[in-house]
Design a protein around this ligand. Structure first.
Ligand SMILES: Nc1ncnc2c1ncn2[C@@H]1O[C@H](COP(=O)(O)OP(=O)(O)OP(=O)(O)O)[C@@H](O)[C@H]1O
Length: 265
């Protein structure tokens, strides 16, 4: 596939980082996704919305092969990251998951210190050649996740001792620490209170300057606040996708209109 660009409402055309074509997913005999094709541009947030069970998380997990970990799951079609076939048999999946990081619904820090939560990934990927190097990666990752000031004096304390919102920012810092190109977020605020949610949304907005972000959200308000592009899924189909303001104000499809006006969902 040729490289291309895509327009986001805030800026000039952005290069496409992730290309999915005719992606189908099966869980055993049951088909959960039907021929999903989408381009995801860099330095923008793409939101996946739609009613429960429509396949948003399933599709997100295709992008870094997290579905490989689900027994009976099968993916067909093609997904490219910067032109590389994500499902190529010779591709190193551990490497892929460093390039395409993931943040989950419930914050899931390792049962280790705050420092170790960040240092673990860079260590296994050989990204630091000295203790000073590693200290630098830990600090800059926590800075980028807007957590440094809150934890700099307690780096040796357990990550699990932080508040829910801090834990989620720790998980974002952990993803950032291995220098990903893409960050996937699966309802990253669903376990958080409104103040912690606002902080994460602010952070997502900052992160998009440097990363390609795809986020699954149940909240249309959140999609409208944080994303530049929105994709609406229904019953395993990608119904339509486009600039967020267009999807919310003048969608092309009646099903999208019905969903965003609360007629179902
Ligand atoms: N591990 C699994 N095994 C079998 N079926 C699954 C599995 N995970 C998801 N499914 C099914 O695939 C379909 C899509 O689920 P998915 O979780 O991707 O939807 P979703 O839009 O993210 O839903 P929600 O918003 O409720 O999280 C659903 O019918 C679901 O039951």
């Amino acid at each position: 596939m040729k490289s291309s660009t895509i327009r986001t409402p805030d800026a000039e055309a952005r290069p496409v980082r992730v290309k999915a074509r005719e992606v189908c997913v099966f869980y055993g005999p049951k088909q959960a996704l039907f021929d999903v094709s989408i381009d995801i541009p860099e330095k923008a947030v793409t939101a996946f919305i739609g009613p429960s069970g429509c396949g948003k998380s399933t599709f997100l997990r295709c992008l870094n092969r997290m579905n490989d970990t689900i027994e009976g799951a099968r993916v067909t079609g093609r997904i490219e990251l910067d032109g590389d076939d994500v499902y190529d048999a010779s591709l190193d999946v551990v490497e892929l998951r460093a390039r395409v990081g993931m943040v989950f619904q419930k914050p899931n820090p390792f049962p280790k210190s705050i420092y170790e939560n960040i240092a673990y990934g860079p260590r296994i990927h050989g990204l630091a050649s000295s203790k000073a190097d590693m200290d630098g990666i830990v600090e800059s990752s926590l800075q980028k996740a807007s957590l440094w000031d809150e934890v700099k004096d307690r780096l040796q304390e357990p990550g699990t001792g932080l508040s829910g919102g801090q834990q989620q920012r720790l998980c974002i810092a952990r993803a950032i620490a291995v220098s990903p190109e893409v960050i996937l977020m699966d309802e990253p605020c669903s376990a958080l209170d409104p103040i912690a949610t606002a902080k994460i949304e602010e952070l997502i907005d900052e992160l998009r300057e440097n990363y390609t972000i795809a986020i699954v959200t149940h909240s249309m308000q959140q999609a409208a606040r944080v994303s530049q592009r929105t994709a609406f899924f229904h019953l395993g189909n990608l119904v339509e996708e486009g600039p967020t303001d267009q999807i919310f104000t003048s969608p092309a499809e009646k099903r999208t209109q019905d969903y965003i006006t609360g007629r179902f969902g």
